[in-house]
Ligand binder design. Structure first.
Ligand code: ADP
Length: 376
């Protein structure tokens, strides 16, 4: 299974069912659920998922008994906000003592077969044909279940299996570059630096794919804390300095504004990741000698941070699409990148309860602006 088909396959909503009769979405809201539920906001289970009424009563006993063995619902079809019929299946389980309800969309192929079955029923077709379609449906269900299993195996295995050989590559190239295994001529040093550069690139691709998989599966936990915004900005700018220096790009912060935003309440590591993604893009898409500036302002209850550059800009018709998975506006000579950085950035901002937007003038530059809640 490729990374993109794997990511496309993750269509799960994770709910906390701990208060009776209501469900609270804990991970991100998958597209099929938009308009029906929002992270952190309790919904009446009976209204949004009427099919689940009986199932939830049985599930309550599993959650009360802290039973770890998952309970699977039957498959049901309901119409989403866009008027499409979608096939869903729920799983109730207790994980580390906490009750969970997962609702999984079973995919278009499954839905087509389900509607074919419905159409045949409507037309009163013969039993033999109905049975054949029903058999196909149950095969499709088994395939969908296999995909979910593959996804969690993939996440567990990928982390370890891909990072181990990379660590060996970093370790041994460092030993060779430090000439601890004999002296190097210029050509050998150059080749080794290329190997290290390629390994770094691969490492960042792997982290992006794993991050996005975790976010989409609702497995990414934020550990929010209060910290000075100014320190965090300084830290990212220091990390990014070698990239900027290599292209003689000036990175400036607006100090007057920064003093306004003394503290922020967010997951520090993920906040640094958001800033790093935006700043590294700003440097990547700005020519030699350009400028990148970061500023921050406080608004009522929110802090707004902007990363602006004097780079090549983004065509108006691409301003929304660039936040989509694997989407890139590629020009000849563009370096690596998987087109996942902005997707992850947007998801991380949203998971903090914030939002991100971009403004751009092609040929003059771009400005990415994101807002985060400014309080606990
Ligand atoms: P990647 O940088 O790996 O291509 P991203 O998701 O970070 O992936 O960005 C997607 C696309 O958005 C980029 O390929 C580029 O075309 C465009 N983009 C992002 N940031 C900028 C920027 N600051 N200036 C111009 N284009 C940008």
């Amino acid at each position: 299974m490729t990374a993109s088909s794997l990511l496309a396959a993750i269509e799960i909503a994770v709910f906390d069912p701990s208060s009776r009769g209501t469900l609270t979405l804990t991970g991100l809201c998958p597209d099929w659920l938009k308009g029906l539920a929002e992270p952190g906001v309790p919904i009446a289970a009976e209204e949004v998922f009427p099919f689940l009424t009986g199932f939830l009563e049985v599930a309550a006993t599993i959650w009360n008994d802290r039973e770890q063995r998952p309970l699977l619902s039957d498959i049901w079809v309901q119409t989403n906000r866009d008027g499409d019929d979608i096939a869903l299946r729920a799983t109730a389980a207790t994980v580390e003592g906490m009750p969970f309800l997962l609702i999984q969309r079973l995919g278009e192929e499954f839905e087509e077969r389900q509607s074919a079955l419905q159409r045949s029923r409507d037309r009163g077709l013969d039993n033999e044909r109905l049975e054949r379609i029903a058999r196909e449906l149950s095969l499709a269900t088994a395939e969908a279940e296999k995909t979910v299993q593959e996804k969690s195996d993939f996440l567990a295995g990928m982390s370890h299996d891909l990072r181990t050989p990379l660590n060996a590559m970093f370790g041994f190239t460092t030993i060779l570059l430090q000439e601890r295994a004999g002296s190097l001529n210029l050509k050998q040093r150059g080749y080794l630096e290329q190997i290290r550069h390629a390994a770094e690139h691969l490492q960042s691709l792997i982290s992006d794919i794993l991050d996005l998989s975790r976010i989409e599966a609702g497995f990414l936990d934020l550990r929010a804390e209060e910290f000075p915004l100014e320190d965090a900005l300084g830290e990212v700018i220091e990390t990014i300095a070698p990239l900027a220096d290599a292209k003689a790009i000036r990175v400036c912060c607006a100090p007057a504004d920064l003093r306004v935003a003394q503290a922020i309440y967010a997951d520090r590591t993920r906040f640094l990741q958001i800033l790093f993604n935006l700043l590294s893009n700003a440097i990547k898409f700005t020519s030699r000698g350009g400028t990148v500036s970061v500023s921050a302002t406080t608004l009522p209850g929110e802090v707004e941070i902007s990363v602006a550059d004097t780079g090549r800009g983004i065509p108006p018709e691409e301003l929304t699409a660039i936040f989509g998975k694997f989407h890139q506006v590629r020009l000849p000579g563009d370096g690596g990148g998987a087109g996942l950085g902005l997707t992850i950035t947007r998801r991380l901002v949203e998971q903090h309860g914030g939002e991100i937007r971009v403004e751009s003038v092609p040929g003059s530059g771009s400005r990415f602006i994101f807002r985060l809640p400014f309080r606990r």
